[in-house]
Design a protein around this ligand. Structure first.
Ligand code: SF4
Length: 385
């Protein structure tokens, strides 16, 4: 474990300078046009930042001295600050990251075969207070900026000294499943995902970037036609009565409305064969019974999807319990028999306090969160927690 002094605030920079790290290609082009410079400067700077990992403007050698001086006076490349890093014997690496203003978020990189999935946070805390998640119990502090979101990808690659050709091997997939509800930080999340897909930045395929939402329906409707990233929905219950308890935003946007919004999102994609991932946290004697599974089968009949079952991981502030292995198997079998593709998340990073929030808790004495890191690829679902 590498620890950094949490009281060191030297990484907090002047807020008067533009942080180039979070600018999309279009924003960067406009930035240079506004400076009276040519648009192609944006391509050069994007490559320096996201392909080469360069943060010092004076090192951007193809810009010319006069432009570098002009740029340095008004802009900088300012990644968030790593406060603590932990490495698991299974290859999982986890960071606590301090963002401006002093808030802490977590980022986790989970390798699996020839892939490595980065779980990225979008907010400091969360306002939605799902009953099985301790992030909500921390309360909401603020949205992350686009630079602080994409900065997590930058930091992960940088921590392996892996900028340059092939950095996609270090972070091959990104899931917006860390702290916060991404659709409640819409503009910054969309901008950061834009950079994830942008060839001049990280160049990830749209299938390898996943947004996970608890069901902010108007924002999901807005995303349709605007983005082609993969979609995951935290359902966790087969009916409104139960979901109202587990995911309170359901009282505002009930399941039928949410699933219709999911279908619309998938219909807006150019590739019509894609499906939504339904996330279902199994909680002992709450939602893990066979009759719940049967209800789920009926509920999802008209929604092209695959299902990710997540056995609940206990945490101190929760009375919920982990389901038995038999209960998980029975639930899985009902779904498989009905023809669904179903994965069960396995646990990773046991030896590094990998349950989400533990690392932040160590650093800042915060409340520990329930498992939130959900690393997914098309063939395997992995849990840290
Ligand atoms: S599960 Fe997600 S949306 Fe719900 S409280 Fe936790 S972080 Fe927020």
């Amino acid at each position: 474990m590498t620890a950094v002094d949490p009281n060191d605030v030297s990484a907090v920079h002047s807020e008067s300078k533009v942080n180039l790290l979070g600018l999309t290609r279009l924003q960067m082009e406009q930035f240079f046009l506004d400076l009276g410079e040519k648009k192609f400067r944006a391509q050069q700077v994007l490559k320096w930042i996201h392909h080469a990992g360069v943060t010092r403007i004076e090192d951007m050698s193809n810009l010319g001295k006069a432009l570098r001086d002009k740029l340095s006076a008004i802009a900088e490349v300012r990644p968030p600050e790593i406060v603590s890093q932990q490495d698991s014997s299974d290859g999982t690496r986890k960071w606590a990251i301090r963002v401006e203003g002093g808030g802490l978020v977590e980022t986790v990189l989970i390798p699996a075969g020839n892939r490595a999935t980065l779980c990225v946070s979008s907010q400091v805390g969360c306002s939605l207070d799902c009953s099985f998640c301790s992030t909500g119990k921390q309360g909401f502090q603020r949205d992350l900026s686009a630079a602080e979101i994409i900065g997590q990808v930058w930091l992960a690659i940088n921590s392996y000294n892996a900028f340059g050709p092939g950095h996609n091997r270090v972070v091959s997939n990104v899931v917006m499943m860390g702290m916060g509800e991404p659709l409640l930080n819409f503009d910054n999340v969309v901008a950061a995902m834009d950079l994830m897909l942008e060839d001049l930045a990280y160049g990830l395929s749209k299938r390898r970037v996943t947004l996970s939402t608890s069901g902010v329906v108007p924002a999901l409707d807005r995303l349709a036609g605007l983005s082609e990233v993969s979609l995951a929905v935290s359902l966790h219950a087969p009916n409104d009565e139960l979901r109202n308890q587990l995911v309170p935003i359901n009282r505002k946007y009930p399941i039928a409305v949410l699933l219709e919004s999911c279908r619309n999102y998938m219909a807006s994609q150019t590739d019509k064969s894609r499906v939504v991932t339904i996330e279902y946290t199994l909680i002992h004697e709450v939602n893990d019974q066979v009759h719940h599974a049967r209800e789920l089968v009926a509920l999802l009949r008209d929604t092209p999807c695959k299902i990710n079952l997540i056995p609940f991981n206990t945490f101190a502030q929760s009375d919920y319990r982990r389901p038995s292995g038999n209960a998980v198997s029975r639930f899985w079998q009902v779904l498989v028999d009905a023809g669904y593709i179903v994965t069960i998340r396995t646990t990773r990073g046991d030896d590094i306090d990998a349950a989400c929030g533990q690392l932040v808790g160590q650093v800042a004495d915060r409340t520990r969160r329930s498992e939130r890191y959900r690393a997914m690829d098309d063939s395997q679902i992995i849990t840290v927690g």
